[in-house]
Design a protein around this ligand. Structure first.
Ligand code: HGY
Ligand code: MN
Ligand code: MN
Length: 414
């Protein structure tokens, strides 16, 4: 009897080819959601889906689905869905998201090339705007798909560049017809690089992901008073730059220090105005990304930050406003799917462990509408969101083999 077999060469070649789209001469690639370079990535993915003769659907938030039909149509038997994203942060690696989407195509290709029609349809998905760096929140396409954000709010999202998401979706030609959420899978599986140091540090090959930690994103606007750096006594200053720096230091020295093994805080974006060497900053715009696997600790971190903001605003005589950009509680993944992934890794002779995901993923949104789980492969030195993101080819193939085997087990099960 024919058996679906992975074609590792095509998978690796497609990862490289997609990684060349939006590539910069000095290394890395940038395919920020709904930009021309991301459109080019989308077009390439759709072309690869056509080569597999998949039924291609695009929904109203631009999520792309490639459907490999099953013996029973997906309208009658809930399909199996795998996926991730192909948008990137700025100057990104080639694997984040793309690996999971292209591995999903590799699974479908294995069935096609074996001439096997699966009992149920197998769907590969690429969700819109997972990174959330231009339009917030992140995981936006899967959040809309799972019913966590209404479509109009998403389409009306204004980007950091002032653009409207819905206009950009039309401009790049990916404002689709399908209603988000129209296809509810029986299960959703996402293969992804770990993006952290754990698997490599413990010399393990596979991560069985138990869930995703909580995420809190906010943008702070600090309004002070511009003044002369040389003539203004400190006691008379209303220095937005100092207030921003004090907040960043408080996050690390107080909030993270209270739970150093779990709470994370990042000031990834900070803009001062007028941003001149001899002018006290009148304005500071900054973002705060806080994470913790425990919802109670994440709320504690948010409260401590809010209290400090009030105190520093009073002390420095500045006004500080906060805008919530994203807030997701920790999400647990499906136990039975985790067991299947774990058993599969063991059968394939791959060392493995259960672990929480530090990064956000589309899977945390799909878990709202279907049993969901993730498979991790190691990231070299734990580096990601960086052109130096790397996973060995052998490790990428091992992860795809686990995915293919788990899919086979799920399709064989009633
Ligand atoms: O922010 C995250 O964790 C994901 O990369 N969007
Ligand atoms: Mn990702
Ligand atoms: Mn990412």
């Amino acid at each position: 009897m024919n058996t679906p077999r992975l074609d590792p060469h095509t998978l690796l070649a497609q990862i490289r080819a997609l990684g060349d789209i939006g590539a910069a001469a000095e290394g890395g690639r940038t395919r920020i959601a709904l930009t021309d370079s991301e459109k080019a990535g989308r077009d390439r993915l759709v072309a690869w889906m056509r080569e597999l003769d998949l039924d291609i659907r695009v929904d109203a938030i631009g999520n792309i689905f490639g459907i490999l039909p099953g013996e029973t149509p997906w309208q009658e038997a809930a399909p199996l869905m795998m996926g991730s994203h192909i948008d990137t942060v700025g100057n990104a690696g080639a694997l984040d998201g793309c690996y999971g989407v292209l591995a999903a195509l590799a699974v479908q290709r294995a069935y096609r090339e074996a001439g096997i029609v699966p009992r149920r349809a197998i769907i590969a998905a690429a969700f819109t705007n997972e990174e959330g760096v231009r339009y917030q929140p992140d995981m936006m396409g899967s959040l809309v798909y799972a019913g966590g954000l209404d479509l109009d709010s998403a389409l009306n999202a204004v980007g950091t560049d002032g653009s409207r998401l819905g206009d950009e979706l039309v401009r790049i030609g990916y404002a689709g017809e399908m209603a988000p959420g129209a296809i509810v899978p029986r299960e959703y599986l996402e293969l992804h690089i770990e993006q952290g140091p754990v698997l490599e540090a413990e010399n393990l090959q596979i991560g069985v992901v138990t869930g995703v930690q909580g995420i809190s994103w906010q943008r702070l606007s600090i309004r002070g008073t511009a003044n002369h750096a040389g003539t203004t006594p400190t006691r008379l200053r209303h220095d937005a730059g100092y207030a921003a720096a004090a907040i960043a230091a408080f996050l690390r020295d107080e909030v993270v220090a209270a739970h150093p093994d779990s709470t994370l805080a990042t000031v990834g974006s900070l803009e001062l105005h007028p941003n001149l060497i001899n002018v006290i900053a009148r304005q500071a715009d900054m973002t705060v990304d806080m994470r913790d696997p425990d919802e109670g600790r994440l709320q504690e971190a948010e409260q401590r930050l809010q209290d400090f903001i009030a105190a520093i605003a009073e002390r420095e005589g500045v006004e500080i406003s906060s805008e919530r950009l994203a807030r997701f509680e920790p999400v647990p993944f499906d136990d039975a799917l985790q067991d299947t992934i774990e058993a599969t890794a063991a059968e394939l002779g791959l060392s493995h462990r259960r672990m929480v995901s530090g990064a956000g993923h589309d899977a945390q949104m799909m878990a709202r509408i279907a049993p969901t789980a993730m498979i991790f492969v190691p990231s070299h030195k734990g580096i990601s969101h960086n052109p130096r993101e790397h996973t060995d080819d052998a490790q990428l193939i091992q992860g795809a083999e686990v995915l293919l085997t788990v899919v086979g087990k799920r399709l064989a099960a009633e």
